[in-house]
Design a protein around this ligand. Sequence first.
Ligand code: COA
Length: 161
Amino acid sequence: MKNTIIYPGTFDPITYGHIDIIHRAANIFEKVIIGIIESPLKTNFWFSIGERREMVELAIKDFKNVRVQTFNGLLVDFAKSLGVNLVVRGLRAITDFEYEFQMALTNKKLEDEIETIFMMTNEKYSYLSSSVVKEISKFGGDISQFVPEFVADRVFKKLQK
Ligand code: COA
């Protein structure tokens, strides 16, 4: 499917940094599919796949050409199952480059058709990550400038449990 791109990630939880990439990708491509990985190697999730999906869906409700799907296993298999060969990832800093470079090349090795496109993250969010959001909230800091209100509410509820 040309003009369709996959934006994969863990989204634990979605932040304004992710939303910025989604917004910009949706302006360029006809369709954006957000692929939320259910259980990657990364562990210690705060949110279940259902909770992560719900937050992403709320975040994109005003985007007409963006939809969400969950997946397990290899990204290239997910992409193949959708008939899509484009992937977008955000680059926040030079430190992201090596990891992203390795991931893009591995995906290409696994499936030559797959192309990864990188977008420079808006500098406003270049320091931001889901872990930063969780850490700030854990120590009582205000996360309202990093995530939408409905995400902040869920993070806060999680902390109360
Ligand atoms: N703004 C702010 N933060 C951003 C961001 C942006 N634009 N883009 C990424 N981040 C942050 C995320 O919040 C996340 O933070 P955290 O580590 O604190 O949780 C971090 O960067 C990592 O990003 P994420 O998008 O969650 O990616 P990931 O590195 O966990 O990779 C997949 C997710 C799905 C792409 C990857 O795990 C994958 O492809 N898995 C399938 C297995 C596979 O195919 N492997 C072969 C390829 S190596």
